[in-house]
Design a protein around this ligand. Sequence first.
Ligand code: GLN
Length: 191
Amino acid sequence: MKIGVLALQGAFEEHIKMLSQLNAESIELRQLKDLQQDLDGIIIPGGESTVISKLLDDLNMREALLNKINNEKLPVFGTCAGLIMMSQNTEDPKAVPLGLMECTAKRNAYGRQLGSFSTTAEFDGIGGIPMVFIRAPYIKEASKNVDILSTVDGKIVAARQGRFLATAFHPELTDNTCVHKYFLDMITESK
Ligand code: GLN
């Protein structure tokens, strides 16, 4: 299985390590031509959504990425800033989202004191897993087409809409591979 990991900025190397533990191949997506390769799915990592958004435009990758995802019906998994990029609305004109999931992301949603924290919570279909939040968003509003997979303190922190999966936390910064395995299973099911 070949997964394209958007490698413009942020925590993409950790995703690549996690995928290799699950025997999946990673392709770093750094420039427009990288999107010509055959891929089975795409990961959008954490980082800074405003920067990822700007780089997608500066490198002329936004439209090609969206076309690839839509035309090839590729499954996509976004973590943290990746969740923000997958939403329809970020409430910030500097973070222009890809609009893959019918939801609104609230950026830097936990305030200064809770900027970063770890917890364990239930993830639908997996069970209790460790969750690392770093200046994380949550999903503020979601259409009924979005399945909520996990909440922490009443806030949506993981959701799925068809072949799209997004988490506000960073499973790639723990040693628990279950969420990545869940995404790889989504890809297998979608074929
Ligand atoms: N605060 C970042 C943003 O708004 C997300 C942080 C992260 O990805 N760890 O994009």
